[in-house]
Design a protein around this ligand. Sequence first.
Ligand code: HEM
Ligand code: HEM
Length: 407
Amino acid sequence: MTRYSLGAIVLHWLIAFALAFELALGFAMPRGVEGFALFQLHKSVGISILALTILRLGWRLAHPRPAPLESGWAHRMAHAVHVGFYLFMLLAPLTGWALVSTAPIKVPTLLFGTLPLPHLPLADSFNPAVEEAHELLAWFGIALFLLHVAGAVRHEILLRDRLLERMAPGGSRPLGAVLALGVIALGLGAFLSIGGAKPGGEPDSVALAPVAPSPAAQEAADTLPAAEETSPAATESSAPVPIWAISPGGRLTFKLGNGDAGVIEGSFGKWQGAIAFDPERPETADIRITIDLASASVGDSTQDGMLAGDEFFAVSRFSKAVFTAKSARKTGGDRYTASGTLQLKGTSRPQTISFRLTGSGLARKVQGSATVARAAFGVGEGAAAESLDPNVSVNFSFDARGTVPAE
Ligand code: HEM
Ligand code: HEM
C-alpha cells in the first residue's frame, strides 16, 4: 500500500504528541503565580507547533499525499477534518501569540528559556476577542481530534483496510497503534498530573527565601530606641517593651486584580522587621519593616524584571520600602491596627496595617494585612498597568519570638 512519506509521518506524530500535551497544558495550567513557568512552557510548545506546521505544509506541497482509500461522504468528512486540523494548527498558536501580545501586562516570552518571542503589533482592544478565539479553537481542536480518532478506529475495526499503515513508521501497524495510544495517554496524563498537582493549594513553585532574623535585622532590633524614650505612653508604665525577632518561614505577599486577566499574586522573598511591641500596651509599639523590593516575585522571571523596572518599583533607584509605626491600637480581642508611614519609591504617605496575634507569652504568630494605594506611590505606571486595580492587598504572616530587654 502506498504510504505517506517518512517526513510526513514523522511530522504527523511529532505534532500529534505536541498538540495533545499543549491542549492538556492549556486547560490544566494554574492561572495564578504558580502557573507562570507552565505558561512559558505553553507558549514555547505552541510556537514550536506553529513552526512544525509551516514545515509540514511545505513538505505536503513537495510530497503529495497517497491517493485516498475511500470516496463519497467518508472521504469528504476525512478531508474536512484534515483541512480543519491544518487551520487549527495555524490559528491556535497565532491566536495564543496575539493573546499575549495584546494582554494588559506584556509578559515577555522566552521560548524554552532562551529564544525571545517578540509581541505582535496588535492593538490591545483585540485582547478579549483573541482570548475567546483561542479557547474556542482549543475546543474545535478537541472535536477534530475525536472525529479523527473515531475515523481511524472505524478503519481499523470496521473496515479493516489497514489505513493506519499509511501513517505508521515503516508501515508497521503495531507501531502506529502504540503511537496513537501514546498520544492519547500523554494528553490525559498531562492533564491529570498538571491539573491535579496543586488543587487550589498554596503555590509551591515560588521559592521564598526564608525570612531569617538577619544580622541587619538583629542589629536594627538591638539598636531600636528603648520604647520608654520613644512612646509618650511609656510614662504610664516603665516596664520594658519586648523586642521581637521574626522566625524564618514568614511570608509577605501581595495581590491585585488585573481586569479580565484575573489576579496577580506575588511575594517578597526578603524583608525584615525590627519590632518593639507589648500586646498589653500596644500604644508603646515601635515597628519598622524593611522590604527588599528587588525580591518581589510573581514566579516568572521576565515579569519580575518588569516589577523591578521604572514603571513599578524602580529598584535601581529605590531598593527598599519601609513601613514605620510608632504606636498601635487594640481593635478588639487579639486584633490590632498600627497607623504609620510607608516610604516607597521616593514617596512617604500615611499607611495603616492591621494584624492579629495568636499564641501566648513571648512566642506569637502574627497575621495581618494592609491595603496599599499603589498609584499614590507611582507604582504601576504606563500602559502595562492600565487594567491593574488601584489597590494592592498585602498580607503577611510570621512567627515571632520576643525577648524582654533588661531594665
Ligand atoms: C492519536 C491518534 C491519531 C491517529 C490514530 C491518527 C491517524 C492518522 C492516519 C491513519 C492518517 C492518514 C489518513 C489517510 O491516509 O487518509 C492521518 C492523517 C492526518 N492526521 Fe492523524 N492521527 C492521530 C492524531 C492526529 C492529531 C492529534 C492530529 C493533529 C494535528 C492529526 C492530524 C492529521 C492530519 C492533518 C492528517 C492528514 C495528513 C495529510 O493528508 O496531509 N492526527 N492521521
Ligand atoms: C497549538 C497551539 C496551542 C493550543 C492547542 C493551545 C491551547 C490552549 C488552551 C486549551 C488554553 C486554555 C483555554 C482556556 O481555558 O481559556 C490555552 C490558554 C492560553 N494559551 Fe494557548 N494554545 C496554543 C498555543 C499558544 C501560544 C503559541 C501561546 C502564546 C504564545 C498561547 C498562550 C495562551 C495563553 C496566554 C493562555 C491563557 C488564556 C487565559 O487563561 O486567559 N497558547 N491555550
